[in-house]
Design a binder for this molecule. Sequence first.
Ligand code: OAD
Ligand code: ZN
Length: 254
Amino acid sequence: MNSFKPEFIEKLKRAESIVFFTGAGVSAESGISTFRGTDGIWNRLKPEELANFDAFMRNPERVWEWYQYRKQIIHQSKPNAAHIAIAEFQNYFNDVVVVTQNVDNLHRRAGSKVIYELHGNIERNYCIKCKTEYNQPDLSFPDKKPKCKCGGLIRPDIVWFGEMLPEDQFSASEAAAQRCDIIFVVGTSAVVYPAAQIPLLAKRFGAYLVEINLERTEISSLADCSLLGKAGEIFPDILKEVKQIRSTEKLNRE
Ligand code: OAD
Ligand code: ZN
């Protein structure tokens, strides 16, 4: 089991409000590839051919083929020990928010309740012309280039490069970052903006920043506590500490 520095334990004891800012690395142990790093998707495939609106208009079949493939992998995967431990924090703290860059729904499936999705959700789709949503979870498009009743192309509800983040999700994330006592930055290279502003904002507003990653990242120099390793191994250990200190805290208050 990991042993954590006393300062971090003290923060966990006193915290009321927690944010988890997560990226592809939190789902890696569920079998979903990350974007950067050794086996990253963007080492093999070009984002300019797949993850932007012009590429979609040029070749919707190719973009859809890729998303159908990813959807299938995601559909077959399960939340891992990190998603599950993160959801369990809700039993010990009143204000727990997950701000995720992931589109895979695994935090929701693990039971997290307050989730802000900065980059969309792979199970949602909409028509580019009339904006009708096509969100049935079991929706499959037999058509390689699915179209809406109005004739417009249907696209995945994913934020592509060059597109705006959903305003409501971003502003709710900013508010959570500003009020949290601890922000966990988990499995993200923290290089994609504006999402990566969230941990910076939390830090500016006084949060204690804990990074969990296999390796050092852009944000490591700002971290108050850096835990190197797999999220699925580190989070269950943090949760054990939380269980011990928060239950005695609770008992002392009662
Ligand atoms: P990246 O692929 O850039 O980074 C994944 C991070 O997870 C790396 O820093 C890895 O070291 C770390 N990692 C991998 N396995 C891990 C594990 N088991 N435990 C802990 N850490 C682990 O993913 P993101 O930062 O999420 O955008 O990428 C940001 C955005 O870029 C994505 O949301 C996506 C992509 O283009 C959109 O889809 C719009
Ligand atoms: Zn339409």
